[in-house]
Design a protein around this ligand. Structure first.
Ligand code: ATR
Length: 285
């Protein structure tokens, strides 16, 4: 039952209709007997500051922030975690002693999934990342900090990839470069990578059959990761599996980023298995 003692957590963004986060978090609270409630709160850019400043003064432990507010929220915070500052995006805010501190748990979510589901430690490995948007930023910065040997960015808009690679090389260490899709295919460059990661929206409905690169770029020695989690097994992952590569579903990163946020809100380790089960049920897997 929700009472005045119940701690609240909000998800701020729009649209939120397809978000799995409320169900995942609420399932974990129930499983652990915690008096918490996670609420989806649709808010547009115009009202973000009003809503955020209001919940900060209420009985909220914090909030998750999703599209399109992951960058705009930074101006409303009192404190910023250094990694979130480097990435330039916040997806989790913790309220404590009247102050709001921003974090980026996509970074930890990605890393935990890569290590746990992919059995990969980034140090010394070569990564080829498709896309250079917000998700690619979190992933590429994380890999650079974790001492990846090489991070190559391949994006439809090449200029964005070049800018991101330059930022990584300047702020973390010199390990990032870029390649065009055409050159990736023609030169067989992808074969030199250990891990391929899709961070674009290709593979999501209505582009279910789209892939970030041609099939021929995928080799059996690759670990192939997709951050798209709906459908559970994207066209990219299906093709990778057919070609003998190891695959890592996007659902893993979603669950682990939620788990990291859960700990920031409650101070406790979450019931991961329950969160994963709930997410899989929501996707009808
Ligand atoms: P997110 O925060 O989820 O990463 P984003 O910042 O909008 O979202 O980034 C989306 C990424 O998917 C970008 O790299 C985008 O490429 P552009 O920079 O060229 O826009 C990529 N993307 C989206 N639709 C694409 C498409 N049809 N073909 C190739 N890349 C696409």
């Amino acid at each position: 039952m929700i009472t005045v003692n119940t701690k609240l957590v909000a998800l701020l963004g729009t649209p939120l209709k397809h978000s799995l986060s409320p169900a995942m978090h609420n399932r974990a609270y129930k499983e652990m007997g915690l008096d918490y409630c996670y609420l989806p709160v649709e808010v547009n850019a115009k009202n973000l500051a009003t809503v955020f400043n209001a919940i900060k003064k209420m009985n909220f432990a914090g909030c998750n922030v999703t599209l399109p507010h992951k960058v705009a929220i930074i101006n409303l915070l009192d404190e910023l975690d250094p990694l979130a500052a480097a990435i330039g995006a916040v997806n989790t805010v913790q309220f404590r002693d009247g102050k709001a501190k921003g974090f980026n748990t996509d970074s930890e979510g990605f890393l935990r999934s890569l290590k746990t589901e992919g059995c990969i430690t980034p140090s010394g490995k070569r990564f080829l990342i498709f896309g250079s948007g917000g998700a690619a930023r979190a992933i590429a910065f994380t890999l650079a900090r974790e001492k990846a040997a090489r991070i190559t960015l391949c994006n439809r808009t090449e200029k964005k990839a070049i800018t991101l690679a330059a930022e990584i090389n300047k702020e973390i260490r010199s390990c990032a470069d870029t390649i065009s899709i055409k050159r990736t295919i023609a030169s067989g460059y992808a074969a030199e990578a250990d891990v391929l990661i899709n961070t674009t929206s290709l593979g999501m409905p209505p582009k279910d059959s789209a892939m970030p690169c041609p099939k021929s770029a995928i080799c059996s020695h690759h670990t192939v990761m997709d951050i798209v989690y709906h459908p559970y097994k994207t066209a990219f992952l299906q093709e990778a599996e057919k070609r003998g590569a190891k695959i890592v579903h996007g659902l893993g990163m979603l669950v682990w980023q939620g788990a990291a946020a859960f700990s920031l809100f409650t101070g406790k380790k979450p019931a991961i298995a329950a969160m994963r089960k709930e997410a899989l049920q929501m996707l009808s897997v």
